[in-house]
Design a protein around this ligand. Structure first.
Ligand code: FNR
Length: 359
């Protein structure tokens, strides 16, 4: 792990209520996938190219929904006010200052309109995306999409890997099932059907289907990303259903504990998509080298989840800023070491499996 990220993780662990630390850190089941997301990166190596570098490297990437100053965005994670009183406002400011995208969660503890306003106060051109779990009540889904549009979000990220809640043993052992008094899932207030803003109002259902994605496609003209795709056939279906991009993700090991490591599922999805839409990877990215490996395997960018929460818990906005700066700096360094002049120089032939030496 990047040393700055490791330092902030340790600081966050010391600062957080252990119950909340475990909520952020934990995974589903035996936490096999949680561990594998990081371990799989360590099984991969990059063959450097020599004598072809450049004095400076352009790290920018254009995606449907915004320009990223580096190929890294902030994945949606719930409940930032458990980590720091400023919650998603602090995250949004740091992410906007770093020139990249925050995907703000439906389960945020600050309403989406305030999150976007905080980002725009730092950079009027900042892009914030809204993450949505499709609800079985179409009116609720429609209301949430309208809120995201009214807030000024530049894309909607539809999470598809949660037909049921993952079973998190650490949370069960602590009896942690809902937010403490004073905190709420603010986007869930005053929706049709009358939920109160509680986290338990966020519905997950195995009946959510491609029909719900089609409905979303009709409800908004914003770019739609589908998050939580691992099977290449689902990636093809997603393109057929007119998504603007795909996020290869196993939810940071918090849903199925039988899923492969995210980076191991990436190449087949990239091949199936055949360049028709960009593919983002999240899960286990803990350093600039991981970013480089994911890009070499065909990702347009990566998402980071927990490291941002550790930065936020350790030092609020400044902690998130340090996480993003450390990842950008280390990625740029790795790119230079590999003879990269730009992102396009990270190609699949550079990636080899440790212990075998073959691609
Ligand atoms: C998440 N993730 C997530 N994803 C999503 O689509 N909606 C959500 O509400 C949440 N909530 C959430 C809470 C916490 C505490 C974590 C750690 C993760 C998953 C997230 O978007 C992303 O897929 C993973 O976090 C990526 O893995 P890393 O970077 O944490 O290893």
């Amino acid at each position: 792990m990047n040393t700055v990220l490791a330092e902030l993780h340790d600081k966050a662990r010391a600062a957080l209520d252990p119950v909340h630390y475990d909520y952020y850190a934990g995974g589903a089941g035996e936490e096999v996938v949680l561990g594998e997301n990081e371990a799989a990166f360590r099984r991969l190596a990059l063959l450097p190219r020599v004598l072809r570098g450049a004095a400076t490297r352009d790290l920018g990437v254009d995606l449907p929904g915004g320009h990223l100053g580096m190929p890294l965005l902030v994945a949606p994670t719930a409940f930032h006010r458990l980590a720091h009183p400023d919650g998603e406002l602090a995250t949004a400011r740091a992410v906007a200052a770093a020139g990249t995208v925050l995907v703000s969660g439906m389960a945020a503890t600050v309403a989406i309109g305030e999150v976007v306003a905080a980002a725009r106060a730092v950079d009027p051109a900042a892009s914030v995306w809204f993450q949505l779990y499709p609800q079985t009540d179409d009116d609720v889904t429609a209301c949430l999409v309208r809120r995201a549009e009214d807030a000024g979000c530049a894309a909607v990220v539809v999470t598809a890997d949660s037909p049921v809640f993952g079973r998190h043993r650490r949370d069960a052992e602590h009896g942690f099932h809902d937010l403490p008094p004073g905190l709420a899932a603010e986007n869930m207030r005053d929706l049709p059907g009358g939920p109160l803003g509680g986290t338990l109002d966020i519905g997950m259902s195995p009946t959510v289907s491609w029909r719900h994605l089609d409905l979303l496609r009709e409800l908004t003209s914003l770019p739609l990303w589908l998050k939580g795709v691992l099977h290449p056939e689902d990636a093809v279906l997603a393109v057929d259903h007119r998504v603007a991009g795909i996020v290869v993700s196993n939810h940071g090991g918090r849903q199925s504990d039988l899923a492969p490591a995210a980076v191991e599922a990436l190449p087949a999805v990239v091949d199936a998509v055949e360049g028709r839409v960009p593919v983002v990877l999240d899960g286990g990215v803990r350093g600039g080298g991981d970013v480089a490996v994911a890009l070499a395997l065909g990702a347009a960018a990566v998402g980071v989840g927990r490291p941002v929460l550790w930065g936020l818990a350790a030092d609020g906005e400044a902690g998130v800023a340090r996480v993003l700066d450390a990842l950008r700096d280390e990625f740029d360094h790795v790119l230079a070491l590999c003879g990269g002049r730009g992102l396009a120089d990270l190609t699949r032939d550079l990636v080899v499996t440790r212990g075998t030496g073959v691609t």
